[in-house]
Design a protein around this ligand. Structure first.
Ligand SMILES: NC(=O)c1ccc[n+]([C@@H]2O[C@H](COP(=O)([O-])OP(=O)(O)OC[C@H]3O[C@@H](n4cnc5c(N)ncnc54)[C@H](O)[C@@H]3O)[C@@H](O)[C@H]2O)c1
Ligand SMILES: O=P(O)(O)OC[C@@H](O)[C@@H](O)[C@H](O)[C@H](O)CO
Length: 390
């Protein structure tokens, strides 16, 4: 057992958001952060070095120095999870990875139970609705009923919404761990699901009992506009999001889509109209940040996930439709997803194969739920043909 009195946090996924946001906040808040990653190169670098920098990529550049971290590969993380000094477990690995990570987390929590370890909270910081609950379900499949009972009493699984644009940019720094981020950040956590107080409190973590509002506002606005700018950017051969947003045709569609979804979000969550309009404007400015150099391919990654019914494109489209609002710009953005032809993205390859084999009409129906002959289906397919011809 590791006998260090300092509170520890285990964070799975030492990538962009792991090093650039969640891990950095935990370290700044007084935790020793143990990163767990399957990438041995990152694990070695994290163990070799004492610090890395989080560089703010804005007109007024600044940087934060992150210290007090170590790293383990997934085999050694089980002992870490049993350590009573570990108070919080976070992930930022990508939604499809949570199922793969679950057996290890289950073993670690079993080891914690055997060691008589105390409560802790698990928070999956992934861009998808209720991912911590999804992780909990996967973990349960690897546990006995008695373990699950113990888990229900001692381990909080709290959903969250996490927002900070962290591009995959290789900074020309000497330290490969350095990461570039935008200044803005927001991390909202469902406090109703916590099983123990988060102590020490994490700077910048907002505890809320209205998480649904935060999740939908962020996913259906920031990620919606981001995705549309990326897919249209790809079609119109732009390389980065800021470049795409400087294309008047793209920025018009993105702004239009955010307002279509926005009207519905304001109604559903009873947001103040003016506040939401300001939220949209702030997001458009964030996209235009030329220092981020955020690759359209990163933002467009995994198009099948992004076409999920509760995700950033169809989520706001169905919401707007439900309130009888038009969805012309959202449909335009959705159409562009079917043109994302990226050989090194497995989901893009699958989608392109479907379009080739079944044709665009059927593929749109399968992935959007819009019936052939319906207004929404026609809008998406017409926009697809219009974009394809460009
Ligand atoms: N980058 C952003 O701007 C941003 C912002 C908010 C939320 N997110 C979300 O955060 C998550 C991660 O995104 P990212 O941009 O940091 O991706 P990334 O690819 O930079 O990082 C993911 C990391 O997870 C590691 N990993 C993969 N499988 C693993 C496993 N089984 N165990 C431990 N580590 C594993 C990878 O090696 C990689 O280091 C995604 O869900 C994303 O939607 C990203
Ligand atoms: O991470 P994804 O693939 O779900 O989405 C790509 C980007 O839109 C996303 O990473 C944003 O940069 C992030 O959500 C900002 O908070």
């Amino acid at each position: 057992m590791i006998m260090n009195q300092k509170p520890r946090a285990v964070h799975f996924g030492a990538g962009n958001i792991g090093r650039g946001f969640i891990g950095a906040l935990l370290a700044e808040s007084g935790y020793h952060v143990v990163f767990s990653d399957v990438n041995n190169k990152v694990v070695d670098e994290l163990n070799k070095r004492d610090t890395y920098e989080v560089r703010i990529l804005e007109a007024d550049e600044g940087s934060e120095e992150i210290t007090d971290f170590s790293a383990v590969d997934s085999h050694n993380v089980i002992a870490e999870l049993a350590d009573p000094n570990v108070r919080i477990v976070t992930t930022a690995v990508g939604p499809p990875i949570l199922e793969k990570l679950a057996p290890t987390l289950a073993k670690g929590l079993q080891a914690r139970r055997s060691a008589g370890g105390g409560p802790l909270n698990v928070i999956a910081c992934e861009n998808m609705v209720n991912q911590t609950q999804t992780l909990a379900k996967h973990v349960h499949t690897h546990l006995s009923p008695a373990d699950i009972e113990w888990l229900n009493q001692h381990i909080g699984f709290a959903n969250c919404s996490v927002d900070r644009i962290v591009p995959s940019v290789q900074l020309d720094d000497e330290n490969p761990l350095d990461v570039g981020v935008e200044e803005f950040s927001e991390w909202a956590v469902d406090q109703t699901a916590l099983k123990s107080e988060i102590h020490p409190p994490v700077n910048g973590m907002k505890l809320t009992d209205n998480l649904d509002g935060y999740i939908e506002r962020k996913l259906f606005t920031l990620n919606c506009g981001h995705a549309i700018s990326a897919y249209l950017g790809y079609v119109r051969q732009h390389h980065t999001i800021d470049e795409a947003m400087s294309d008047p045709e793209i920025s018009r569609v993105v702004r239009g889509a955010l307002h279509e979804g926005g009207v519905a979000l304001v109604r559903k969550h009873k947001f103040e109209e003016q506040d939401h309009a300001a939220y949209i404007e702030r997001i458009l400015l964030r996209f235009a940040n030329p220092k981020l150099k955020d690759d359209v391919k990163r933002v467009a990654r995994q198009p099948l996930r992004k076409l999920g019914r509760e995700d950033r494109l169809l989520g706001p489209a169905y919401l707007a439709q439900g309130y009888g609002m038009p969805i012309d710009n959202l449909a335009h953005g959705i159409a562009a997803v079917f043109l994302f032809d990226m050989p090194d993205d497995e989901e893009a390859v699958q989608l392109q194969e479907k379009v080739k084999t079944h044709g665009i009409d059927k593929t749109v129906t399968e992935h959007t739920g819009f019936e052939e002959g319906g207004d929404e289906h026609r809008k998406v397919v017409d926009a697809y043909h219009g974009l394809k011809g460009k």
